[in-house]
Design a protein around this ligand. Structure first.
Ligand code: HEM
Length: 139
């Protein structure tokens, strides 16, 4: 039962974080054309509420993900990783990187050096969601 709830919270927090990235990249950024000068103000209004929830959802996703990882990874047989373990490791690394990057940016004001827009995390979330399903297929 405990695992069930941790899994559920992981999915919901990922849903909140990923949902924001989908909204921002697919819809919000397109309003720039229509709103012109008013876009920055409209975006700031939106981001005011995003900042209250989304960074926390990302932290929850990573912390609960670490627990899921500890249960799912299993033992290494004959000194070799299984395909599942390899894909899970990659997924966890990318998820952890996203989490670290988000925490540094939002809570410590450290701007990411290379990727400043939300396009990079958006692509990364799509890749992570793909890997989270793919890892069960390559078992
Ligand atoms: C923003 C980052 C992350 C995203 C978008 C994400 C997304 C997802 C999704 C969509 C699932 C599939 C759930 C299902 O099909 O049942 C999942 C499962 C899982 N995630 Fe994450 N995750 C993230 C971060 C992490 C991190 C950092 C870790 C580990 C350190 C992790 C470990 C796991 C594990 C082990 C599962 C499998 C759980 C199961 O099926 O029982 N995740 N994740």
């Amino acid at each position: 039962m405990f695992y069930f709830f941790v899994h559920l919270v992981h999915i919901f927090s990922v849903f909140i974080y990923g949902g924001f990235l989908f909204t921002d990249n697919l819809f919000l950024s397109r309003m720039q054309k229509d709103l012109g000068d008013k876009y920055l103000e409209a975006r700031e209004q939106f981001m005011k509420y995003v900042r209250q929830v989304v960074p926390k959802a990302l932290i929850v996703a990573v912390v609960f993900g670490i627990y899921l990882f500890s249960v799912n990874f299993g033992s290494i047989e004959n000194g070799e990783l299984s395909n599942f373990q390899k894909v899970l490791l990659l997924k966890a690394f990318l998820g952890g990187w996203l989490g670290l990057r988000g925490v540094l940016q939002v809570f410590f004001g450290i701007e990411p050096l290379v990727f400043k827009s939300h396009r990079f995390p958006f692509i990364l979330v799509i890749v992570i969601i793909f890997l989270s399903q793919f890892m069960f297929v390559v078992k």
